[in-house]
Design a protein around this ligand. Sequence first.
Ligand code: GTP
Ligand code: MG
Length: 420
Amino acid sequence: VENRTMQNAIDKSPLQVFVRAKKKINDIYGEIEEYVVETTQFINALHAEAEIVDKAERELFESYVNKVAAIREVLTRDHMKVAFFGRTSNGKSSVINAMLREKILPSGIGHTTNCFCQVEGCDGQEAYLMTEGSNEKLNVVNIKQLANALCQEKLSESSLVRIFWPRERCSLLRDDVVFVDSPGVDVSANLDDWIDNHCINADVFVLVLNAESTMTRAEKQFFHTVSQKLSKPNIFVLNNRWDASANEPEFQDSVKSQHTERCIDFLTKELKVSNEKEAAERVFFVSARETLQARLEEAKGNPPHLGAIAEGFQVRYFEFQDFERKFEECISQSAVKTKFEQHSSRGKSLSGDMCSMLDNIHERTTIFRNLKLDQKTLLTERIQGTETQMMQVTRDMKLKIHNMVEEVEQKVSKALNEEI
Ligand code: GTP
Ligand code: MG
């Protein structure tokens, strides 16, 4: 029973839309690749035997093999990417740890994260890290050592450290979500570089605010730049450290509505990235530290409220889970759309090119045959054989590739509709 409920939970996860679409499109491109390789062999034979196909054509066709291989390579690396920004100490690293259910990233008071840290899943049991420009896998034994490694490496704040964490330890990593943690937006002058180097392909942005104060200019400015460089970025706003509001229950409601109004105005009127309804679904009041503590307790088999920091734990905990659900829906849809739509249209144009080339060759075979028709030689028979084969290949090729590409498009749009 437990296995079945677990399987159910996996099937229902919005992230599975991406995972399934990715698998499907990978399989289809695998078939296309096989077919293109097969056709290339045939074309090469035509070149060698009868010189119906010239060298340039043969080479062009071979380049299709490479193109398909290149798309496959990109496809296997495709993932969903979420990037976290906000002022120093607002709890960006803590939010990521809470989502990963484990203290992976160093967090603490003061300026902690001093370069970009990307957390992504890896196969096997061992965690490791890699710094930019090196292929060396550095061991990560524990969090303290990771923090030390991050400090010792005299890294510039806009460089990237990649932390590879065993997939099987976290469902989000298993489902191909990649997390990007950043230094505080208030400590850098290179915000433009940051966006160009780390954000262009992010599917979702999370602005982590400190609910004890109010959104700062640095935070606003950063997202203004993001929304200038990217068209309609998906932005979630977390008012973190909401546990602090329990100390002042008499102001809780008014503070909450003030923050909510400002956040919604920021997304709708200033950035113009969402409408009112959508924006209202993107603003949350949470406590990352408490959520992480609760989850660590749960992992030990204890009730989550043992991790509570203050009065009102249950509401904050639910709100964090609500954020995660909406985040998963959003990132999965966005990634399927931006990543796979592009692949399926490239597949279509590639198959179009190949088909018209095969049509040309086919036409030429016919002309060639007519020329040779009166010389009742062995060659003619061979060419006739070739022509029949050629017609077969062209027909098969067109059908197969078109069917495949159409299937991908259908699957992708079906997957999208299912979730909307
Ligand atoms: P930098 O890496 O320095 O930019 O900071 P950051 O935004 O990553 O913040 P970090 O996660 O390191 O958290 C800073 C401090 O705030 C840590 O001591 C956390 O334990 C604490 N903290 C984070 N989230 C919360 C929260 O929701 N409630 C409370 N009470 N403390 C929190
Ligand atoms: Mg940090």
